[in-house]
Design a protein around this ligand. Sequence first.
Ligand SMILES: Nc1ncnc2c1ncn2[C@@H]1O[C@H](COP(=O)(O)OP(=O)(O)O)[C@@H](O)[C@H]1O
Ligand SMILES: [Mg+2]
Length: 160
Amino acid sequence: MRKELSDACQKLKIPVGEPNQNLYNGSFTIEGGNFNCAGIVSTSIKSILQKLGIPGDLVRKAAIVSYEAEINVVSYAKKAVVNLMVVPGSVNIEVIDEGPGIPNIELAMQEGWSTADQRIREMGFGAGMGLCNIKNYSDEFHISSEIGKGTHLKMIIQTP
Ligand SMILES: Nc1ncnc2c1ncn2[C@@H]1O[C@H](COP(=O)(O)OP(=O)(O)O)[C@@H](O)[C@H]1O
Ligand SMILES: [Mg+2]
């Protein structure tokens, strides 16, 4: 890349990639049970995407799916790694948790189905809409889970 262009972009804090290079590639961790910090990862993802110039409606979709996934990790799992990869054409968010896993994914995906306990419900979570919203707001959604090991979500949001 031409040096002047790269200098100018650094000043504007716009990450510039060579063709086919990643625009952003980074990881975050989520601690299960830590409701005080719940939402921090999805807020960071939202602000990274805004800085990258991703259109607002797509940033909102990414914020919704990452928030729901984050709340699920905090509510049900031990910990998770979140990988955010922004490439030309898509935002890719992967959430890999260590936790109990989901015994019946089909049931868990149903609107309103929840195993959230009283404590989680008192905090305003547990409406049973998280996974179905993640699916609805993603262009591509993959979920797999292993009992006693954890759950793996992959969400793709297409960008212009
Ligand atoms: N990461 C996860 N690990 C274990 N169980 C999960 C996880 N995410 C979701 N679940 C299970 O799937 C159910 C539905 O999740 P969701 O649609 O987000 O609704 P809610 O969190 O409001 O219960 C949860 O109640 C829980 O039983
Ligand atoms: Mg949920």
